[in-house]
Design a binder for this molecule. Structure first.
Ligand code: ZN
Ligand code: ZN
Ligand code: ZN
Length: 441
């Protein structure tokens, strides 16, 4: 099922609009307690159509059958402004079947934003009424033969918000009826144009849409040969237009601004300006339902429910792109390896150099120590030599002294000759005196 996020303009006070003060989650209504009550209102706000990323539920969607997941709230994506009141339009259809549905209608809200169309939310009292309404209107023309189809879908939740932010678990779909047609049913899940004979000029359908939808406007420009260029780099070829917001970005073989936009905004669908092929960034596949015939015509892609066809040129481009990517990745890998090896080697070298430096310093210190020791040794040798010399002299003196007689040794040595002589004379006289004394005895 789908969610609608209604982005209210800044000027809207939440309490000005009934039932906008809280998020409304639709659940089955207890019929025994609620009486049918038709309420109508209209608000000016931008609606965002969201679907869950789960795709299986859209597998067997066809125009004749009901989707497996439903609620009693049906949304009509776009109603042309020619139909000024949708409620009156329904009443004036004078169909008993529709009258039955209307009797079960609880609420009808019109969301006006674009110039070309408005969106309608209808809540029914019973699931049967909602189912019947869906079966009558989905994929039918509003008025024969206008080629303005009614796209209906069941809504699980309507959120009223001030600012819209992307949510990873939800994919946004285009609100424009022509843009929703561009999408393959497996991508949008919304059934509608399934008649293979349909091939019509874009301008004859929803004539006011190009004024309000940027995408349709740009695709018309392409038909009139006006240039559509990348908003980021000005690239004029291979331009993709975001199907949700109309952003124009170059393709992946240029600077991939379209892919970058998808990543930032979460907008998954983009349409190529010339071929009008639609690409889904989530599945990385073509998901178009209708194609541009090249003669100003839109043609139904009859293979839309098969795997999208890819022409040879695109396959070659794709292949080259993949090869280039892989080569680039390998180059980066090897460059990183070389860099890390160089870093390691450098670190090892640095370590070795540091070690060598430390060793060198140590050796230098040793050398200077050795030098100092050698100097000391030289000084000591000289001192030793002197001592030896002095020793020799002393030994000589010693020898001389040893050879001297005791008498000689007894003679004191005087400083001057005179005293010496006096001493010797005195000594002689002493001896003579001693001799004389002994003679006398
Ligand atoms: Zn559009
Ligand atoms: Zn976008
Ligand atoms: Zn670009």
């Amino acid at each position: 099922m789908y969610q609608l996020a209604i982005e209210l303009p800044e000027s809207t006070l939440l309490n000005m609009i009934p039932d906008l003060t809280k998020t409304i989650t639709y659940s089955p209504i207890d019929i025994s307690q609620t009486k049918p009550l038709t309420k109508q209102d209209s608000i000016h706000a931008k609606a965002h159509l969201l679907k869950s990323q789960y795709k299986e539920e859209y597998k067997n969607n066809t125009i004749e059958f009901l989707p497996s997941q439903r609620s009693n709230t049906v949304c009509i994506l776009a109603v042309p402004y020619r139909i000024s009141s949708f409620y009156n339009y329904l009443s004036n259809l004078h169909s008993d079947f529709i009258q039955e549905c209307l009797e079960s209608l609880v609420f009808l809200r019109t969301i006006e934003y674009s110039k070309g169309f408005y969106t309608v939310i209808l809540e029914f009292l019973s699931q049967t009424a909602a189912d019947n309404f869906y079966l009558i209107f989905n994929g039918r023309d509003f008025e024969e033969p206008s080629n303005e189809y009614c796209y209906a879908f069941f809504v699980s939740e309507v959120l009223y918000i001030k600012t819209f932010e992307k949510r990873d678990e939800l994919i946004e779909l285009p609100m424009c009826p022509l843009c929703i047609e561009r999408l393959d049913i497996h991508a949008s899940g919304i059934t509608g144009v399934l008649r293979t004979e349909v091939s019509s000029l874009q301008s004859s359908r929803w004539p006011l849409v190009p004024q309000s939808c940027n995408v349709c406007n740009d695709l018309c420009k392409d038909l009139t040969c006006e240039l559509v260029v990348c908003e980021a780099c000005g690239e004029p070829t291979e331009v993709w237009i975001c199907l949700i917001c109309g952003y124009k970005g170059c393709g992946r073989y240029k600077e991939a601004h379209s892919a970058k936009h998808s990543k930032i905004s979460g907008h998954m669908f983009t349409v190529e300006a010339i071929s009008q092929c639609v690409w889904d960034y989530m599945t990385d596949m073509y998901v178009h339902r209708i194609l541009h015939s090249g003669r100003g015509c839109l043609v139904l892609d009859t293979n839309f429910n098969q795997k999208p066809k890819e022409n040879l040129e695109r396959m070659i481009n794709e292949y080259n792109h993949i090869i280039n990517l892989q080569l680039e990745q390998q180059r980066e890998m090897y460059e990183q390896k070389i860099e890390s090896i160089l870093i390691n080697k450098n670190a090892q070298m640095h370590e070795k150099i540091q070690e060598a430096k430390a060793e060198n310093d140590y050796l230098k210190r040793k050398l200077s120590k050795i030098k100092a020791l050698k100097k000391k040794k030289d000084t000591k040798t000289i001192q030793l030599e002197k001592i030896r010399e002095e020793n020799g002299v002393l030994e000589e003196v010693n020898k001389t002294l040893k050879s001297c007689t005791s008498e000689q040794l007894a003679v004191p040595i005087f400083e001057d000759k005179k005293s010496q002589n006096i001493y010797l004379k005195l000594q002689r006289l002493k001896n003579e005196l001693a001799e004389a004394i002994s003679k006398l005895n």
